[in-house]
Ligand binder design. Structure first.
Ligand code: ATP
Ligand code: MG
Length: 254
C-alpha cells in the first residue's frame, strides 16, 4: 500500500519545497518508488527537478479542474525512482475555480487514490496558505509532515498548522496522522535554534524527527541548477541530512 505524505505549513519559506524535493530524491535512492505531487502554484518543486514550468502544456491544474487523469500528467525526473506531477502557473487559478466544483476539497484525493499504490510514497508539496489547494492535499494524505524553521515566531506558526491539522482530521479526513515535525535551517551556533528545538521536542516529543536539517548553502543553490541535492552535492551537510531523514521516514513506516 502506498503512503501519501503532505508537507505543509501555512508559513512561507520554511523549507517545505526543499524537503519535498530532497526527501523524494533520497527515498528514491533507497529504492523506494516516489511520486512528488506539486500543489503549489509557485511550482518550485517542479523547477527544482529541472522542469520548465512555463513550457508545460498540462499540469496538476488539469487533474483538479478538467478531470484529466494523473497518469497522463506524471513525468519521470532525472532522479532515480522519482516521478512528478508538475505545477504550472495555471494552478493559481484553481484556488478560485475549485470553489464552484462539486466536492471541491476531494478532487486530489479522488485522483491520487487511483495511482497511489503504484508508488511506495507520494509526497505532496503544499503552498504557504490554508486554501483549497492545501485542503485538497490534506484530504488526500495519510499523514502530515510539518517543516519548522528555527526562528522567533516558529512556535506560533506551529500552533496554526496543528490547529488546521485537527480541523481537517475532525471534519474531513479522520485517518490523517501526524507524520512528524522536521526542524529546518537549523544553526547549532545560535541560541535561538537550540531554544526552538528544546521547546518543540518538549511539547511534541517523538513526533519531532531526530534528524535536523542544517542551514546549508548548497541546499539553496541546487534548485538553480534544476537538481536535487543528491545530484548537486551528495557530500554536503544538507545532502547527508536529507539522506538521514529519508531513512528515518522509512524506519517509522516499518
Ligand atoms: P514557500 O512557502 O514559498 O513554498 P517553502 O516553505 O517551500 O517556501 P523553501 O522554498 O524550501 O521553503 O525554502 C525557502 C528558501 O530557503 C529557499 O530559497 C531555499 O533554497 C532556502 N532553504 C531551504 N532550506 C534551506 C537550508 N536547510 N539551508 C539553506 N537554505 C535553505
Ligand atoms: Mg514551497
Amino acid at each position: 500500500m502506498g503512503k501519501i505524505i503532505a508537507i505543509a505549513n501555512q508559513k512561507g519559506g520554511v523549507g517545505k519545497t526543499t524537503t519535498a524535493v530532497n526527501l523524494s530524491a533520497y527515498l528514491g535512492a533507497i529504492r523506494k518508488k516516489v511520486l512528488l505531487c506539486d500543489m503549489d502554484p509557485q511550482g518550485n518543486a517542479t523547477s527544482g527537478f529541472g522542469i520548465d514550468k512555463n513550457k508545460m502544456e498540462h499540469c496538476i491544474y488539469d487533474a483538479l479542474i478538467n478531470d484529466m487523469p494523473l497518469a497522463v500528467l506524471i513525468q519521470k525526473t532525472a532522479t532515480k525512482n522519482v516521478s512528478i506531477v508538475p505545477a504550472g502557473q495555471d494552478l493559481s487559478g484553481a484556488e478560485i475555480e475549485l470553489v464552484e466544483e462539486l466536492e471541491r476539497e476531494k478532487k486530489l484525493k479522488k485522483q491520487l487514490d487511483l495511482v497511489k499504490d503504484d508508488y511506495d510514497y507520494t509526497i505532496i508539496d503544499c503552498p504557504p496558505a490554508v486554501g483549497l489547494l492545501s485542503l485538497n492535499a490534506l484530504n488526500a494524505a495519510d499523514s502530515l509532515l510539518i517543516t519548522l524553521q528555527c526562528e522567533f515566531y516558529a512556535l506560533e506558526g506551529l500552533g496554526k498548522v496543528t490547529g488546521t491539522y485537527q480541523l481537517v482530521k475532525q471534519h474531513m479526513n479522520p485517518n490523517l496522522t501526524l507524520e512528524g515535525i522536521v526542524l529546518t535551517m537549523y544553526d547549532s551556533r545560535t541560541r535561538l535554534s537550540l531554544e526552538v528545538e528544546e521547546e518543540v521536542r518538549t511539547h511534541f516529543k517523538e513526533k519531532v524527527f531526530k534528524t535536523v536539517i542544517p542551514r546549508n548553502i548548497r541546499l539553496s543553490e541546487a534548485p538553480g541548477f534544476g537538481q536535487s541535492i543528491l545530484e548537486y552535492d551528495p557530500k554536503s551537510k544538507g545532502a547527508l541530512a536529507y539522506q538521514a531523514l529519508a531513512k528515518e521516514v522509512i524506519r517509522r513506516n516499518g
